[in-house]
Design a protein around this ligand. Structure first.
Ligand code: NAD
Length: 497
């Protein structure tokens, strides 16, 4: 069954769902059935979209065996042939952009326009690494001995286990698959339970592009712990790449340590968004509204602590408020919708908890601050886009990753400890600075302990640029040249003449 036919099976009214059709797992080039299934839901409507295969630890071992066997020949294919397969997948993804976007909106909730953008971003990784595959250069190093030569080359690490999140359910897959495959690794991937159908759709494209059996394998499940354990302990797996919460990332990295598996960890964030006194507060507020409410705030680079100088504060807040009040919450498939639902009811409860805590400690509610009610919202997980001011460092919202549609503004008067406040988090993923002073921008950037700094820029992400965090936000980088080196070993040859 190809992508179009697969997408046709999704939705409450489809006969396949009524019959209990089992969306298959993909192992060794075959779609296999499972004895049991779980359901994937539309977070905007609560509608069941389709049953998904419940994979066991046995399936996991068989997928790892397939990847292990395939690695023996895949590692020796030419970079040009691997590049051609990635390029073909890129073409297919671009051709199917609309179908994939519609599926993503149904399963993850983001508005269609944002879903189209995400499919484009996902495809960018396929193209970038199709090109990068051919640039796996080595080097020669001069030796102190006249009769000796050093030759450095790079070899694929081996079987890669990949675990991905639900918030960017297609691009987070290609950001791992494309560099791993370009490097010559084989992959077993487990997507987030909430967005399994999007992952199945991506694997339909990989199959259609013609990747050999066993090179890419997909396991879906509703309870990830058991599969995670096999990933971390099976000696055939040489590398674990994970995107998700810091808590789970730490558990998995710890479990990988006894066998010294390589790990890449793209984890949570708590981004400061700093508006200096010389910045244009209106421009900064417009940028803030865009990046804060992107994906309903469910982005790891979402600004969490918005630090605004008292001189610009009122003007900044006014603009941000008007932007927030103009947002149209709803089902992402409706063209008028500009902000979708949260992924589940636990996320809505987290918003309520953070706002209640902030208000009880003296924050001011400017707009939003409640669940959305009314018939159109009754079956989904909706929280009103919210603005609170007078936020202080002791509030939960300043300490935890919010991962939702709440803009929390902290006013500051004195710049002397601003960088210390910005760095006062165990996270270190993204930070933003707004200023017109180039020296101040560069000096601040150098003091911020964050892997990504947007300077008057809210979108410092691209397949061409290294993405990743410092401290509790992770290990390693995705995208760019660094993205492929995460899947390569360095091999030195010393040669006596
Ligand atoms: P999560 O950690 O709960 O889940 C992420 C993935 O891990 C899912 O596939 C889940 O099934 C799996 N998982 C959970 N427990 C596991 C276990 N014990 N063993 C194996 N797998 C397990 O995170 P989430 O709620 O899905 O995603 C949101 C988090 O991801 C946020 O913290 C966000 O900041 C982070 N994130 C980071 C990036 C980045 O690039 N740094 C990108 C997107 C999301």
């Amino acid at each position: 069954m190809q992508l179009a036919e697969f997408i046709h099976t999704i939705g409450a009214d489809n006969p396949a769902l009524k019959k209990g059709y089992r969306q298959h797992m993909y192992i060794n080039g075959e779609w296999r059935e499972s004895a049991s299934t779980f359901l994937s839901y539309n977070p905007a409507t609560g509608e069941a979209l389709g049953p998904v295969a419940e994979c066991s630890t046995e399936h996991t071992r068989s997928a790892i065996e397939a990847a292990h066997t395939a690695f023996a020949s895949w590692r020796h294919t030419t970079a040009h042939s691997r590049s051609a397969l990635l390029y073909r997948t890129w073409q297919l993804m671009k051709e199917r952009q609309e179908e994939l976007a519609q599926l993503m909106t149904a399963e993850q909730g983001k508005p269609l326009k944002a879903a189209r953008n995400e499919v484009g971003y996902a495809a960018d990784f396929l193209l970038w690494f199709a090109e990068e595959a051919k640039r796996n250069y080595g080097e020669t190093i001069p030796s102190a001995r006249a009769d000796q030569r050093f030759i450095v080359s790079h070899a694929p690490v081996g079987v890669v286990a990949a675990v991905t999140p639900w918030n960017y359910p297609i691009s987070m897959l290609t950001r791992k698959l494309a560099p791993a495959l370009a490097a010559g690794c084989t992959v077993v991937l487990k997507p987030a339970e909430a967005t399994s159908l999007c992952a199945i759709a991506v694997f339909k494209l990989l199959e259609e592009a013609g990747f050999p059996a066993g090179v890419v394998n997909l396991l879906t499940c509703s309870e990830p712990r058991a599969i995670g354990e096999v990933f971390c302990t099976d000696p055939r797996v040489k590398k674990l790449t994970f995107t998700g919460s810091t808590a789970v990332g730490k558990q998995l990295a710890t479990a990988c340590a006894p066998s010294l598996k390589r790990v890449s960890m793209e984890l949570g964030g708590n981004a400061p968004f700093i508006v200096f006194d010389d910045a244009d507060p209106v421009r900064a507020a417009k940028g803030c509204a865009l990046v804060k409410f992107l994906n309903t705030g469910q982005a790891c680079i979402s600004p969490n602590r918005i630090l605004v100088h008292h001189k610009s504060h009122d003007s900044f807040v006014q603009t941000l408020q008007s932007r927030i009040e103009a947002m149209v919450p709803g089902n992402g498939k409706d063209p008028a919708t500009t902000i979708g639902p949260l992924i589940n009811s636990a996320a809505v409860e987290k918003m309520q908890r953070q706002v209640e805590d902030a208000l009880s400690k003296g924050a001011t509610l400017i707009c939003g601050g409640h669940k959305l009610d009314g018939e159109q919202f009754s079956q989904g997980h909706y929280y009103a886009p919210t603005l609170i001011t007078d936020v202080t460092q002791d509030m939960l919202i300043a300490q935890e990753e919010t991962f939702g549609p709440i803009a929390a503004v902290m006013r500051y008067d004195d710049e002397s400890d601003l960088m210390q406040i910005a760095n006062n988090t165990h996270y270190g993923l993204a930070a933003y600075i707004y200023t017109r002073d180039i020296s101040r921008a560069l000096l601040s950037m150098e003091q911020l302990d964050f892997g990504i700094v947007g300077i008057n820029d809210i979108n410092p992400t691209s397949a061409a640029a290294p993405f990743g965090g410092m401290n509790a936000s992770g290990l390693g980088r995705e995208g760019a040249r660094e993205g492929m080196s995460e899947y390569l070993e360095t091999r030195l040859a010393g040669l006596s003449l």
